[in-house]
Design a protein around this ligand. Structure first.
Ligand code: B12
Length: 469
């Protein structure tokens, strides 16, 4: 069979404008493709690369006439995914349409529509393989674990239970041969940038673990993982890293170092194999403070930067979101990482209740920070998280379209247009602390043009957010 796996192009300008700064491989589709039994022809179509995604999708459907189309999507892409599925139904009525990904996992009922044949929840490899085998045999798709069937028999009780993640050692090696790696790049700030090297290297996305043991109120990962932190065998990770063409690796874990013994074994496997790459990973400040020696070890094997979720600038606000860390923890971890030569990406969240004074306080705090790449999002709990259940009855917009962590979804304390202006101004304030700027890094002129253009475009998109309601 011909199988087409598709990543949609986000509709929101806020996400589209991120592309010039960070644009990562469609790894989820690489995994699902790797699970397809041999003998079938699989193709990955990343519509984010297309200027006219709807037209290009139709052209590919007409030219290739796939028997199965697999669609992926985040919550804010729900409407786009449905439109793509409807196009398949219209053009190729006999083609099976399978949807998976984060939105299908947490809110499968949203895809209980005629244009879908199956909704895959959670890790997609085993279910997708079973679906392909069933279609190839001419069987129905009922009875496959973590798969729901749309229509009158839609199992609402099963939809309300979170799927269980498999043992990560059972996962196949993702099929990166299905895309050209060159467009997948992201900004790579370091404490000491090698002179005249690009700050936008090609980047591979690699998973070493899944899940989180914490219970931050705004995140759905703890409910999805059952507060377990599952890990991949260190040797599998080292094999995958050794096979990569890219020198730069972005770890797409919820927290790479939460299982300290595992993180150490991965570092040791990388060192033993003599793999020389640069790494970016996410960590909690409390993990850094508890195990600074682990980060020192990772620094030796190439850890350049760490994302720390600072989130807020008061302990009371951190308590309110069950972050289980303090402002002092964040500052200590920031200083410790920089002292080791590891650059910090600091993530802050603003919330709809922010007053002018709250914005000013956060801006002032950022300006006083030691160098960090600062990113800001709007506190919008992910569907499935405890805070989402509590907050969603107060949403002032349709449920999913604006769920990109850039749009306030409840009423704002100051007029929405002003809120957006203030939020955009935070990005500009944050940019002044970027280590590349603070350390006078030298990089190619084309990168300077790109960063100025990207920052302008992004700030403009943030200022215009109020128009989307
Ligand atoms: C890395 C990452 C990113 C990267 C982008 C990754 C990429 N490939 O482009 C960056 C940092 C840029 C990013 C940005 C954003 N992200 Co993000 N991100 C992640 C993270 C940490 C890992 C995702 C990942 O790559 N996983 C590895 C792959 C292999 O696993 P997977 O995506 O889960 O896919 C598996 C299954 O879902 C399933 N599956 C997926 N697709 C399909 C399709 C079919 C047909 C089938 C059968 C199965 C299937 O099988 C896959 C293989 O195992 C997750 C957290 C998490 N735990 O997942 C958040 C997460 C996905 N992000 C999230 C959000 C909200 C965003 C942003 C909106 C935030 C923002 N404003 O910056 C943007 C949106 C970007 C966009 N293009 O839309 C949310 C999504 C919530 C939701 N319900 O939609 C998550 C879950 C974080 C959270 N805790 O809430 N993100």
């Amino acid at each position: 069979m011909r199988i087409l796996l598709v990543k949609p192009k986000p509709r929101l300008e806020t996400i589209r404008k991120l592309r010039a700064i960070i644009f990562l491989e469609p790894l989820e589709l690489g995994y699902v493709a790797a699970a397809v039994p041999t003998g079938h022809d699989v193709r990955v179509l990343d519509l984010r690369l297309s200027r006219r995604p709807a037209r290009d999708f139709v052209r590919v459907l007409e030219r290739e006439r796939p028997e199965v189309v697999g669609l992926s999507g985040y919550t804010h892409e729900s409407a786009t995914v449905k439109a793509l599925a409807a196009a398949v139904r219209r053009i190729l009525p006999r083609t099976r349409v399978v949807v998976g990904g984060h939105h299908a996992t947490v809110l499968p009922a949203d895809f209980d529509e005629e244009c879908f044949d199956a909704i895959v929840r959670g890790e997609g490899c085993a279910p997708f393989r079973a679906i392909i085998e069933a279609i190839a045999r001419g069987d129905g798709l009922d009875g496959i674990e973590n798969v729901l069937l749309p229509g009158p028999g839609f199992d609402a009780a099963a939809a309300a239970r979170m799927p269980v993640y498999p043992d990560l050692s059972t996962l196949p090696v993702p099929r990166r041969d299905l895309w050209d790696p060159s467009p997948y790049q992201c900004i790579w700030p370091t404490e000491e940038h090698p002179p005249w090297k690009t700050i936008f290297p090609q980047v591979a996305l690699v998973r070493t673990s899944f899940g989180c043991r914490m219970d931050c109120s705004f995140c759905m990962v703890p409910s999805l993982s059952g507060r377990r932190h599952l890990t991949r065998p260190p040797e599998d990770i080292a094999d995958e890293l050794a096979s990569l063409a890219q020198d730069h690796v972005y770890f797409c874990d919820d927290e790479t170092f939460l299982n300290e013994a595992h993180a150490r074994q991965v570092a040791e496997a990388i060192a033993a194999r003599g793999i020389r790459k640069r790494y970016f990973a996410w960590a909690r400040s409390t993990t850094v403070n508890r195990r600074p020696e682990l980060f020192r070890l990772w620094r030796e094997i190439g850890l350049d930067a760490v994302f720390l979720g600072f989130e807020a600038i008061s302990d009371a606000d951190l308590d309110r979101i069950s972050k289980h860390s303090t402002v002092a923890d964040n500052e200590r971890a920031h200083a410790a990482l920089r002292e080791m030569g590891i650059s910090v990406q600091a993530g802050f969240m603003v919330n709809a209740g922010f007053t002018r004074r709250d914005f000013r306080n956060l801006r002032d705090y950022m300006r006083r920070m030691p160098p960090a790449q600062i990113t800001c999002t709007v506190y919008t709990p992910s569907p499935g998280s405890p805070a989402w259940h509590e907050e969603r009855s107060r949403y002032v917009c349709p449920p999913f379209a604006l769920h990109d962590c850039m749009h306030p979804l409840t009423e704002t304390a100051i007029p929405r247009r002003e809120f957006c202006r203030e939020f955009a101004a935070l990005s500009a304030a944050g940019a002044s602390r970027n280590p590349l700027r603070a350390n006078n890094a030298r990089f190619p002129v084309r990168d300077i043009v790109r960063i100025v253009w990207a920052a302008r475009g992004y700030a403009g998109a943030l200022r215009r957010v109020w128009r989307d309601y």
